[in-house]
Every structure is written in C-alpha cells, then in structure tokens.
Design a protein around this ligand. Structure first.
Ligand code: BES
Ligand code: ZN
Ligand code: MN
Length: 501
C-alpha cells in the first residue's frame, strides 16, 4: 500500500526515484506552478522552456519525464499538467487531485516519489494526498507470483515536499486525504475482485473482519434469516444462484452524535440478468453491480476512521443474480419486506434488493436514507459515463448531495421523479410491477424505490451505473475498472450532518 507523508525539505534535496513538479497553461504559454522553484534552479531557470520545446503545454493529463540535472537528488523529473493557470496561485482542488493522480499513475513500478506540487493550503495538501493514493492504485489480487514481480506495482512512498509548514491543519489534511484514498481503494478492490471470488457470503465475511478491526458493529442475515424475516425482494433476486444472498448491517456510532444517517448499497455481486438473461456483450463488466454496497461499506469505515460526530449505518443488500431452475421467473410475484407485493416482469431489474433494505433501514427512523446503486443503463444514456444521477423525495437533501458531490470532485446531477411515470408500473396482478416505461428508465427505477421509503423519512437515490466502473482509458486519478464512486459524497454528507453545515 502507498503511504503519503509531509516534509518541509526542498524539492531538489530529497532523494527519490522521481520528483514531480506541476506546470500549467498560462496566457503566454506553459508556466511552472509553485513548488517547482528549486528544481527549476537546477535547470538554470530553463525548465519551462525545455518542457515547451518537448511539446508540453500544461494541459491536464500531460506527463513528461526528464533525466534530473545535477543539483536534483532524485533520478527523474516528472512534469504533470494542471490545466489553465488560475489568476492567483490558488489551484482548484480537482485540478490538483488529477495532476497528482496522473503523476502517481505514471510512476507505477517505481518505489519512492517526491511530490513538489503547489501546497498553498490544507485543502491543496488533502487534494494532492488523495490524488496520489488514487493514482497509485493497482489491482494486484489476481496476478500470479511471477507476474507480480514484473507487473507495475503501486508507488510505496510519496513525500509531499516543500510544505510551508507541517502543522496540525496540514497533518489533518494528509490524514483526511489518506482515509478517503484508502477507503476509495477498498471499494475499487471489491469492485475489481472477480465474481467467483466475491459473492454474498465472502463479501459479508470481509465486512465482518474489517468491521471488527475498526470496532464497528456488524450483523449478517443469511438466507435462512432473510426467508424467515420476509425479505422477499432480496431472496427473490438471490434464489437462482448457488451462492445465497445476505443482508449486512454495519454501524458506526458516536457518543455525541445528534443525527443518524442510513446508507443502503446495491450489492449484486454478479448480474447475469437472471432468467431475463443479458445478451453477450452486456455481462462482462457485471461484477461491478455491487459498487453501491462497496461504496457504502467504505463510507461507514471512513466515517469511523475520521471520528465524525454522527451515527452512520450501512445496509448492504448482497445477492448474485443468476438464471437456474430455482430462479425467479418473469411473471412471479414476490412479497417484499414492507408487505407490498411486486410482480417481477424482468428479472434484470434488481431494485428489489434495495427495496427490502430501504424498508428495513426505515424501521430505525434515521434522519435520512441515501441509497447507492449501479441501477440503470438508462441513467448512463441520460448523463454519460462519468456523472451519477441524484433523485430524492426531498429537494433539500437532493441539493445538499449535489453540492457535497461537487465539492468532493464527483460529477453528479439532480434528476426528477415525475409522478406520471408511476402509472407504467401498475399491474392487474400485484401492488406494483418491477418494470415501467422504457423512456426515463432511470427515473422509473427511482420511483420504484420510493415506494419502499417509510412515511416521513428523507430519502435520496444515487444511480452510479456510469461512474462506478471505468472502461475507457485511465485519466487523472481514475484507472480502468472500479473507481470508488460515491464514497467521497457519502463521507462529505456525513461530515456536513456532523457539523451542521
Ligand atoms: N446492473 C444493471 C445496470 C447497469 C448497466 C449497471 C450498465 C452498469 C452498467 C441493472 O441491474 C440492469 O440490468 N438494469 C436494466 C433495467 C431494465 C431491465 C429495466 C437496464 O438498465 O437495462
Ligand atoms: Zn444490476
Ligand atoms: Mn440487472
């Protein structure tokens, strides 16, 4: 695992495999960002000119390596782009996260790096810490021994150099960036773990072990308890699989907490579609369908590591959606935990697992419920692959989540829950069908979940189908595969609630 520490030593003075400096796009071409001064001196003040000659412009995602000159103790100088230079020297947090991420990603396979990026305040220190940890991330669990020796390993040591001070605020910023980075990487590992290794029981076992490490209360309902407890939605989705479902509760409490948040995560460890089987080409990435549960789990652990003054309960609805002789058929009617009946018209719509977990979470009367789910391809059609949709029965909660996500660096957008779309889920057979109109499918799914929210409880739904799993080329701190989407937003919300901001 990568570690990040803070040092007041000069950028040129630390011995590392590489020293990272940042460049930006100024009005008259490439400029060096603060932090690069001592390295530039070793280039006789010509670093910007050298980089420009090599074709650098300071744009985001640019990374150029140079052999270090005499006067720089590291072997290599790596220049990364921050994008447009701000008028003051105060760089946007997301630009810093991305540049640090690109740097750490470019340095896979090396051991030690000195990051000489602009560390103007605590926010900048946190951003660089987080970006470095996320960029350094590599999924190694499935490599053979021989491959591991050659596969590009994550950087083991990142030192933030040139910090003006290593005071309490600076150390707290490194700590918060580290917790967020490690917990997002925890989610990424879970998402990237293949579905033959990660299934409801093995996921629940991991939560139990990690929960214990952090002094968190973990309760697991197995298939017998779920059947007995009337969790028709979770059982109905999981019943076609040889690997039975679980509902996991993981709770963090603070003795001085005034509010309680419930986070509910969709944890389909593999989504084949069930009897409504997905066609080839649509199921290769469906190990990612537990990303919501992964994010919720990590967010609860993060809240505990940060000691937030709020109670946070995570509910992970874990099931594997498979076709078999025992699988739920399109046409079957399920009796849900809330008592409502659902006619399953398409087994590929697994909002049912969330419906039961949302109803169960509501019994404890939390101040708000936020569910996180890779729920619909329709949300990706609407918002693209990088932005998640936010739906809510409370405009205030929806706006707060949108603001929190934006501040945290997660693209999101508020989406409506139009009442007229409820009609499409009417069926002559049961209380509601699990399918509705095709148009606005992401909103239909949101309306389905809303049916299971207890009266008087604020609830929001984050559809992270797009950003949870990245299939295109890596950029900034985002690798291919699991991204850790929604972790920062959930932790940010918990912080806002804890501090009343
Ligand atoms: N897990 C999928 C949604 C998904 C699609 C996530 C692509 C990530 C990437 C979900 O369970 C699903 O299959 N949804 C269906 C719903 C439909 C049957 C109403 C969909 O989006 O097609
Ligand atoms: Zn699914
Ligand atoms: Mn599905």
């Amino acid at each position: 695992m990568t570690s990040v520490s803070l040092s007041t030593s000069a950028a040129n003075a630390l011995r590392a495999d590489a020293v990272v400096v940042a460049v930006a796009k100024g009005p008259k071409g490439l400029v060096l960002a603060p932090g690069a001064e001592t390295v530039d001196e070793a280039f006789d003040g010509k670093l910007a000119a050298v980089l420009t000659t090599l074709g650098a412009t300071g744009a985001q995602d640019e990374a150029i390596k140079l052999p270090a000159p005499a006067g720089v103790k590291s072997a290599v100088v790596l220049a990364v782009g921050l994008g447009d230079a701000p008028e003051s020297d105060s760089y946007d947090a997301e630009a810093l996260r991305r540049a640090a991420g690109t740097a750490a990603r470019t340095l896979h396979g090396t051991k030690k790096a000195a990051f000489a990026l602009p560390l103007t305040d605590a926010a900048a220190i946190e951003a660089v810490t987080l970006g470095a940890l996320l960029g350094a991330y590599v999924f190694t669990a499935c490599r053979s021994e021989a491959e591991l020796a050659t596969a590009k390993a994550p950087l083991s040591e990142v030192t933030l150099v040139g910090a003006k001070r290593a005071d309490k605020a600076a150390k707290a910023a490194v700590e918060r960036g580290t917790v967020l980075g490690e917990e997002m990487n925890r989610t990424r590992d879970l998402v990237n773990t293949p579905p033959n290794d990660l299934f409801p029981k093995s996921f629940a076992d991991i939560v139990t072990t990690v929960g214990k490490e952090h002094g968190l209360k973990v309760e697991v309902l197995d298939e017998k308890a779920l059947t007995k407890g009337g969790y028709g939605g979770i059982v109905g989705v999981g019943i076609g699989s040889a690997r039975p479902p679980r509902l996991v509760k993981i709770a963090y409490t603070h003795p001085k907490a005034k509010q309680t948040l419930a986070f509910v995560g969709k944890g389909i460890t593999y989504d084949s579609g069930g009897i409504s089987l997905k066609p080839a080409g649509h199921n290769e990435t469906m190990k990612c369908d537990m990303a919501g549960a992964g994010a919720v789990f990590a967010a609860v652990v993060a809240a505990s590591r940060l000691g937030l003054q709020v109670n946070v309960t995570g509910w992970l609805a874990l099931a594997e959606n498979m076709p078999s002789g025992s699988a739920t058929r399109p046409g079957d009617v399920l009796r849900m935990y809330s008592g409502k009946t659902v006619e399953v018209l398409n087994t590929d719509a697994e909002g049912r697992v969330l419906a039961d977990a949302i109803a169960r979470a509501g019994e404890e009367k939390p101040d708000a419920i936020v569910d996180v789910a890779t729920l619909t391809g329709a949300m990706m059609m609407a918002l693209g692959a990088r932005t998640f949709g936010i739906m809510s029965n409370s405009d205030a909660l929806r706006d707060q989540l949108h603001a929190t996500a934006t501040e945290a660096g997660e693209p999101s957008w508020p989406m409506p829950l139009p009442a007229d779309l409820r009609k499409g889920m009417e069926t002559p057979t049961a209380d509601i069908a699990n399918m509705g109109e095709r148009m606005g499918g992401g909103l239909v799914a949101g309306l389905f979940l809303k049916e299971f929210v207890a009266e008087g409880i604020d609830w929001a739904h984050l559809d992270i189908a797009g950003p949870a799993y990245h299939e295109a080329a890596p950029y900034g701190y985002i690798p291919k595969g699991g991204t850790g989407s929604a972790v920062r937003t959930l932790v940010g919300l918990a912080e806002r609630v804890a501090t009343g901001s």
